[in-house]
Design a protein around this ligand. Structure first.
Ligand SMILES: [Zn+2]
Length: 210
C-alpha cells in the first residue's frame, strides 16, 4: 500500500520566483522531528513542478530524523504535497467557489482545467468540518473565542483560521503568514488530503507563526 510521504511545512518569506531561483541553494530553517523532537539532518531533496503565475521547477529539500530514520519533505508554506498549484492559487479558487461562483467559471478565470478546480472544492468540502472542529479546539485551548463565523462550514473553516491568526498576531506580534499558507501549514502540507490521510498538524502551524 502506498503511504503518503511525510511533509513538514515551514514559513517561507521568499516569493515563489525567488524560491525557484535559489534552486538547491535554498536555505531551510532547522526542523525538529514531529515524532520525537530530534533535530533533523539534511537529506538531499527532489525536483518538482509548481504552478503559480507561471510554471516553476523547484527544489524541495528533504531532511531525515537520525533517531526514527524517517525522511520528511520540507515544503515551503506555499507548496502543497502532491498538488501542482500553489496554495494561494488554490485558496483564490476556493474563495470564488465558496462565494458562489461555479467551479467551471473559477477554472476559466484561473486558466485551469475544470476537473482540477472541481476536485479542490470537493476535497475542501469534505475536509472543512474536521478542520473547523480542530480549530475550535485550538481556540478553546488558547482561550480565544470564535465569533461571527460565516454560516456554511466551507467558509467558516478558513474564517476561523483567520480569526486565530489575528489573535496570535495581536498577542505575540510578529509576522503571520497569509491565510492560505497558514491553512497549508496547519494541515501539514495536505490541506486537500482525504480524511484518511495524515492528521492535522496539531497547533504547530499556529505555533510557527512567530
Ligand atoms: Zn524522530
Amino acid at each position: 500500500m502506498a503511504t503518503a510521504p511525510l511533509a513538514i511545512v515551514w514559513p517561507c518569506r521568499l516569493s515563489v520566483a525567488e524560491y525557484a531561483a535559489a534552486g538547491k541553494r535554498i536555505e531551510v530553517p532547522a526542523q525538529a522531528c514531529p515524532s520525537c523532537g530530534a533535530r533533523l539532518t539534511a537529506w538531499s531533496g527532489y525536483r518538482r513542478w509548481l504552478r503559480d503565475d507561471g510554471e516553476y521547477r523547484i527544489w524541495v529539500r528533504r531532511a531525515r530524523c537520525p533517531t526514527c530514520r524517517v525522511t520528511h519533505a520540507l515544503l515551503p508554506d506555499f507548496v502543497c504535497a502532491r498538488r501542482l498549484d500553489t496554495v494561494e492559487v488554490i485558496g483564490a479558487g476556493l474563495e470564488l467557489g465558496v462565494a458562489g461562483a461555479g467551479m467551471r467559471t473559477v477554472a476559466e478565470r484561473l486558466g485551469l482545467a475544470h476537473s482540477t478546480t472541481r476536485d479542490w472544492r470537493r476535497r475542501h468540502r469534505a475536509r472543512a468540518p474536521a478542520l473547523l472542529a480542530h480549530l475550535a479546539a485550538v481556540a478553546v485551548a488558547a482561550g480565544a473565542e470564535l465569533r461571527d463565523l460565516p454560516t456554511g462550514v466551507e467558509a467558516a473553516a478558513p474564517a476561523a483560521l483567520g480569526a486565530i491568526a489575528a489573535e496570535a498576531r495581536r498577542r505575540f506580534g510578529g509576522r503571520v503568514p497569509g491565510l492560505w499558507r497558514l491553512w497549508n501549514a496547519i494541515c501539514g502540507g495536505w490541506p486537500l488530503g482525504t480524511n484518511t490521510g495524515p492528521p492535522l498538524a496539531g497547533s504547530s502551524g499556529v505555533a510557527q507563526m512567530g
